[in-house]
Write a protein that binds this ligand. Sequence first.
Ligand SMILES: *[C@@H]1O[C@H](CO)[C@@H](O)[C@H](O)[C@H]1NC(C)=O
Length: 254
Amino acid sequence: MLRSLVAAYLCLASTGLAAPTAETCDREFLKAQGAAYVAAQAGGKADGVKASSSVTYTQNFKTSTLSTGILATALKIDYNRTTYDTTQCATYTEIITTQSGKNHVIGTQIHYTDGAASKIETIVTSTGDWLFNPAGTLKYASQEAWAEIPEAKRDTRAVIQAAADAYLDLFNDKSVKVPWGNPCARLEGGSYVQPSCNVGVPSGIKNTNRRYVIDEVLGTCDVFFTFGGQEPDSHEFRVESGKLRYVHTMTVMK
Ligand SMILES: *[C@@H]1O[C@H](CO)[C@@H](O)[C@H](O)[C@H]1NC(C)=O
């Protein structure tokens, strides 16, 4: 009995039937899901996101539900950009809306399992959050180039993540060597810091509980983490030839 089960399993494995996730999660799949998520947010129709029945959803790091969270509110979206992590089967999306009365800058990490969203975490910044100014965020984000990086020039996942981690580690350890790009621009809330990003980085701050979405094609790493043990935060990095080119930050003030 056991032998035949083992044989049956090996047979399934060798035909690839045992690994549906690997087949469904490629860049095209993630692009379609990213576009569906943005359209769902525009329409205020949470069911536009194909989610598993056991999906977990957090908004500003608090457990919530799709039907009561921001996805249930239609927003006029001025800007959206998504990155694709085919290794983890995940996306990160930045959304800016300057719509009067409902202006937000939103960052969302979505993980997919077996073709459906299994974990959605969203950071929704609003009036009162750190340097919140969506018109500024829109102005500067629209001027930047986050195009695909030619294959021969792409960095590895490890290099991209290390650049992001070095930056976030610097907040608590001034001896860390950060691969600063020159130029480098940081869009912090709606404020723009350039041509150096090595300005105004705080000290004595631990950035903990980091969750990453990494896209080697776009050279990006988004990190959700807890700023100084308190605030929900997203830092997204664009890395070119191993060096930091752009940083986008969102910090929710409690
Ligand atoms: C999202 O951005 C793309 C361009 O990158 C645009 O074509 C699309 O219409 C935008 N979606 C929404 C809902 O605004």
